[in-house]
Design a protein around this ligand. Structure first.
Ligand SMILES: Cc1cc2nc3c(=O)[nH]c(=O)nc-3n(C[C@H](O)[C@H](O)[C@H](O)COP(=O)(O)O)c2cc1C
Length: 277
């Protein structure tokens, strides 16, 4: 692969286009940040690099807290808007319909619409040049319950996260492997694949059963509704025609004639003539 040498630049992609919430629940702000990442595991630590001229810069400096909200494909347009408009001029929550929700450990709110939010407390502010880096500890993580499977494991692939790559947004796509898969032994790999297949099968069956149950419940409801209509119709008929039996049948008056007692007229007449005999 022959390469061209360019001047130094910020070419580490993809980057996560996260939405950072700051300020307070009463007066929140949100802006987009791509210069972010994890810098330590124990304690879990992150950073956001922010230009001092941003409105959010002062808010984070003041409270020493912020929330990193992951952006999904559905939220990309909103994230872009929050990255081009300033909270100095517009209320980005009112403009976008985003919801600020109280976080559990920090004063800055989180975004209800984001599936994964990292509550952060600033440990250090490091001026780097164009940006100041807010080095922070992640003090709590808020996860959308719908992303958890039955065993409580996080299925982040369901969130359809967004990526920022050299000025463009992308949706995180096809899975290519799992952590350490390159060194996994053949036997273990086979077992894992079998486990995955089995799990998928179980999930499919579960879904089908749920769908079946749904339809049978729907049918029951429909039946009940139909029954209700029938009952209604019956009562309507009753109101219109209160008598159980008609004395004459318009279609065939000779053969079907009933007395008030419900007996056919011809039968009662027969009985009477028999008595007279
Ligand atoms: C995809 C994207 C990534 C951005 N990344 C950063 C960043 O890492 N740091 C920063 O200071 N500004 C970044 N910005 C710009 C700010 O989000 C933008 O200036 C915003 O309007 C600031 O809002 P505020 O004035 O309400 O704080 C980014 C914008 C976009 C669209």
């Amino acid at each position: 692969m022959s390469k061209k040498v360019w001047k130094a630049g910020t070419m580490l992609y993809p980057a996560p286009p996260v939405m950072v919430t700051c300020g307070t629940s009463e007066k929140p702000n949100v802006f987009t940040v791509a210069w972010t990442g994890i810098v330590n595991s124990e304690p879990p630590m992150t950073y956001v690099s922010v230009r001092p001229e941003r409105y959010s810069y002062g808010l984070i400096k003041e409270t020493g807290e912020f929330v990193i909200n992951l952006t999904t494909a559905n939220l990309v347009k909103t994230a872009d808007f929050c990255g081009v408009k300033s909270g100095r001029e517009v209320d980005k929550f009112a403009e976008t319909g985003l919801t600020a929700e109280a976080a559990s450990a920090v004063s800055a709110p989180l975004l209800s619409e984001s599936p994964l939010c990292l509550e952060c407390r600033v440990k250090e502010v490091k001026p780097l040049g164009s940006h100041d880096m807010f080095l922070a500890e992640i003090v709590a993580v808020d996860v959308d319950e719908e992303l958890l499977d039955e065993s409580g494991r996080l299925r982040l692939e369901k969130a359809h996260l967004a990526a920022f790559c050299h000025g463009r947004y992308y949706a995180v796509g096809a899975e290519l492997g799992t952590f350490g898969f390159s060194v996994v032994k053949k036997k273990t790999r086979k077992r894992r694949i079998a486990e995955i297949k089995e799990k998928r099968k179980e999930e499919r069956i579960k879904k089908e059963r749920a769908a079946e149950k749904h339809t049978s419940e729907d049918e029951k409801r429909d039946k009940a509704a139909r029954f209700g209509q029938k009952v209604g119709r019956y009562f309507e008929q009753k109101r219109e025609k209160p008598r159980r039996f008609k004395k004459t049948n318009e279609k065939n008056p000779k053969t079907l004639r009933f007395s008030d007692s419900g007996r056919s007229v011809s039968a009662s007449r027969k009985k009477r003539t028999e008595k007279r005999k």
